[in-house]
Design a binder for this molecule. Structure first.
Ligand code: PFF
Ligand code: NA
Length: 447
């Protein structure tokens, strides 16, 4: 058994919960549904599922392996393993781009986390009760138009993240994730049930699962792959960091299966809950990032017990967003603690404030800075696009290529506890299918 350099998860369950807590977040509900709507439905969904299976699985495993073998933060783990394998220290770039991607993502993620907080409060106050699609749309647009409101909620969300990480209470979140995740799933099922009463459920099934392949192009495929990375928290340094706390006894394959099933199930349920409301109210599926905020309140405003259900839903969504955000800030803070003279509280403040400031630029792109465009994208879209479509795939590619081609085979066999056919399948997927898949999709999407 390898000697472990630092702290470990208290149990296998703790690791599964932490990984699932990071994976399940706004990506599953907010981002997944609006991308499905924007990208023409089933064709996107099916490509996304294929990306999760063929690219997501091997990269998730590779990141965990790098962490567990390297026993350090993402950057130093890559450095360490590269020098052990007689490879260039330049591989540390994989860790660096992961950490950078994480920073950029958290800045706009916090803005949406803020929307979710705001909607939690609005649900309690009964703001949505009896409202039709038009007035719910107006409430949402009113929020977007007001930089002060957006700033308030973005700051509140970031303060929560900073507060929790600074106090180092993240371990206590395990038990919270354990009970809140099932609650989120039950709530999604109730919403899917509501969707069935709208008379547009069949249409939703067709929209999500019966592909019109003519909707497919390089851009859509790249968006689907980007979403696979985003939703599994890949390419952000998170899973590498988590792997470094991992004991030798944890089976990576079965853990990956659990995390991926939960994450994918919640995304698909979100789609099944949201699109019946879109179709029943004549809304546009291509609404964009506001999709869940202009649809779900219609359901909550018009169903019995809607005030309570709406409150619970946005509270759980906020909580899921918080556990994801913490999963990102925690390793960064730990790295700063290890590598600089900063202690935990200042380390958390420094990283939190940088992210908060970037988030302000993102939220202004919905109002005052809506005309500020780079490559035709506003700042919010630029951050989202540059990370999900470029940084995450490149970081993930680096991780899987390193594990499949540079790490010694004995380590890989041990890490995966595979032999014979299983090992051959791994080798084919990790050496060829995943890397070639990422490269082809990347080039097709960019060009
Ligand atoms: N996997 C997360 C999700 O699907 O919501 C993505 C994520 C975003 C994780 C931002 C961490 C983070 F800070
Ligand atoms: Na996710």
């Amino acid at each position: 058994m390898a000697k472990l350099a630092h702290a470990q998860w208290s149990s296998k369950m703790a690791f599964v919960l932490a990984a699932a807590g990071s994976a399940v977040g706004l990506g599953n509900i907010w981002r997944f549904s609006y991308l499905v709507g924007e990208s023409g439905g089933a064709a996107f969904v099916l490509v996304y599922l294929a990306c999760v299976a063929l690219v997501g699985v091997p990269i998730l495993l590779s990141e965990w392996m790098i962490g567990r073998r390297g026993q350090k933060n993402p950057i130093d783990s890559m450095k360490e393993l590269a020098s052990q394998s007689g490879k260039s220290k330049g591989w540390a770039l994989v860790g660096i781009s992961g950490v950078l991607a994480g920073f950029l993502i958290l800045s706009f993620y916090s803005v949406i986390g803020g929307w979710s907080l705001n909607y939690t409060l609005s649900s309690v106050m009964g703001t949505f009760s009896g409202q039709d699609a038009d007035s719910i749309g107006a409430i949402f647009n009113g929020m977007l138009a007001n930089p002060g409101t957006l700033l308030l909620w973005h700051s509140a969300f970031m303060l929560l993240v900073i507060g929790i990480v600074a106090r180092g209470v993240t371990k206590g979140l395990e038990s919270a994730v354990r009970s809140l995740m099932p609650a989120l799933i039950i709530l999604m099922l109730i919403l899917v049930g509501y969707g069935m009463t709208t008379g547009h459920f069949g249409e939703t099934l067709a929209f999500m699962f019966s592909p019109d392949w003519s909707a497919l192009n390089g851009g859509v495929v790249l968006a689907a792959m980007g979403q696979a990375f985003f939703t599994l928290s890949l390419g952000m340094g998170i899973m590498m960091a988590y792997g470094s706390y991992l004991g030798e006894d944890v089976n990576l394959l079965s853990t990956a299966r659990t995390v991926i099933i939960i994450d994918t199930a919640i995304a698909l349920l979100a789609g099944l809950a949201i699109f019946p409301i879109v179709f029943a109210n004549g809304l546009s599926a291509g609404e964009g990032p506001g999709l869940i905020f202009v649809t779900l309140p219609i359901a909550f405003g018009n169903m019995t017990g809607g005030v309570i259900l709406g409150l619970m839903f946005f509270l759980l969504l906020t909580f899921a967003a918080l556990t994801s955000a913490i999963s990102l800030l925690e390793p960064t803070v730990e790295m700063l603690e290890e590598r600089t003279s900063l202690s935990r509280v200042p380390a958390t403040l420094v990283s939190g404030i940088v992210i908060w400031l970037l988030g302000i630029a993102a939220l202004l792109s919905f109002n005052l800075w809506s005309d500020v465009l780079f490559f035709g994208l506003n700042i919010f879209d630029l951050l989202d696009t540059f990370t999900a479509k470029i940084l995450l795939p490149l970081t993930g590619l680096g991780a899987v290529v390193f594990v499949a081609w540079c790490l010694d085979r004995k380590s890989v066999e041990q890490e995966l506890a595979l032999s014979g056919t299983g090992l051959s399948v791994w080798n084919i997927v990790a050496r060829f299918i995943a890397p070639i898949g990422v490269i082809v999709v990347f080039l097709a999407g960019i060009l």
